[in-house]
Design a protein around this ligand. Structure first.
Ligand code: FES
Ligand SMILES: [Fe+2]
Length: 369
């Protein structure tokens, strides 16, 4: 799978920060980046929730994520040497097994030294490869070394509905905190303004919509509905002559899934907005589909339009970050901003550890978009 855009970077602006949600899985990096084009092992760095990570893949295929800091004197482990089995620190040569973080060898020790290196650990985090990403579990405090992976919540999976399908993914950095990234993702009212294009929609195409939402654990679902008649990509599905139905879920901490079905044809996407720091984030979209499977050039065309779409959001958020720098007072209105209010309430409930859902029963929201 060719990357669409490895990372579209944004100039960081010092917007306001937010509270981060720990104890969950976040996508850190595309797994393919752990191997060079010539098949060589690569150590890569990523930052998740303000934590600098070094990631890699051992010769046995397992992926790992460590805090990018040697427990001896803090030099990044990513500047050291990795032989496919052990990671050696560049400063004094301490050697670590990267999946457990266990120190295997300290070159400066003499036989007379009572220190047992294997009692020393570099900080590691549970890491799993899924849908082309390395997902890393970021616990609230300290190291994830002693976490039992079977006791952790499951990593989200991109749903597919047939054995043969095509896939694509893209990423873009956003210079705003994760909350703005997420509410931008679920905001229905920006479409006709930010995503104006002949192939998508225009301001003139604005019309009133009614959408039904229902509560799901730690999130909400826009119930299965016929997609907007005023958006061109959905109109294309009309060629199959079958009813088109789409379902969109949002779940904490940062996940939006959209599934479009049209007879046995389908499109599925998983979008996440991941905090890099308390005031910057990154959006990742991974999608799979079997619609137009046999039509040539559909994948590059879909990638081109997908990238344009995300780029429009990114440009808007870069501009928004300029305004947010001065900490303005903001507002959320009904009904178009109601999903954003639910997101903040769900996040607050998780932070306080209370089992409270902002959506006690299904509701209908109305807006023009
Ligand atoms: S700083 Fe890593 S071995 Fe000393
Ligand atoms: Fe958007």
């Amino acid at each position: 799978m060719n990357p669409l855009i490895q990372i579209v970077s944004a100039t960081p602006a010092a917007g306001p920060s937010t509270t981060l949600l720990y104890d969950d899985w976040y996508p850190a990096i595309r797994a393919a980046r752990l191997t060079s084009r010539f098949g060589r092992r690569k150590l890569r760095t990523a930052t998740l929730l303000e934590i600098p990570l070094v990631l890699g893949r051992r010769d046995d295929g397992s992926v790992f994520a460590l805090r990018d800091s040697c427990p001896h004197r803090g030099i990044p482990l990513s500047v050291g040497w990795f032989d496919g089995h052990s990671l050696t620190c560049r400063y004094h040569g301490w050697r670590f097994e990267p999946c457990s973080g266990r120190c295997e060898h300290i070159p400066s020790l003499t036989v007379a030294d009572p220190l047992d290196p294997t009692r020393i650990y570099a900080q590691t985090f549970p890491a799993i490869e899924q849908d082309g990403y390395v997902w890393v579990f970021i616990p609230r405090t300290g190291s994830g070394r002693r976490l039992d992976p079977s006791a952790l919540p499951p990593v989200p999976v991109l749903r597919t509905f047939s054995p043969r399908f095509r896939t694509a993914h893209l990423s873009a950095e956003l210079p705003c905190n994760v909350d703005h990234g997420i509410i931008g993702l679920m905001d229905p009212a920006h479409g006709p303004f930010v995503h104006q294009a002949w192939w998508w929609r225009s301001r003139a195409s604005i019309r009133e919509k009614t959408k039904r939402f229902e509560p799901i654990p730690e999130g909400f679902r826009m119930s299965a509905h016929a997609p907007s008649a005023n958006s061109a990509p959905y109109k294309l599905l009309g060629v199959y002559g079958q009813p088109v139905e789409t379902t969109i879920d949002f779940t904490l901490p940062n996940r939006r899934t959209e599934i479009i079905r049209c007879g046995d044809k389908w499109f599925s996407s998983l979008t996440t907005v991941t905090p890099v720091t308390a005031n910057t984030c990154r959006i990742d979209v991974v999608a799979a589909w079997n619609v137009f499977y046999r039509v040539p050039f559909v994948t590059p065309i879909a990638k081109f339009f997908g990238a344009r779409f995300v780029r429009q959001d990114q440009i808007t958020m870069i501009q928004q970050a300029e305004g947010l720098r001065y900490n303005p007072t903001l507002m959320l209105i009904d009904d178009a901003d109601r999903p954003a209010k639910w997101y903040f309430a769900l996040k607050q409930a998780r932070l306080e550890g209370v089992d409270q859902h902002p959506l006690p029963e299904p509701v209908e929201l109305h807006w023009r978009s």
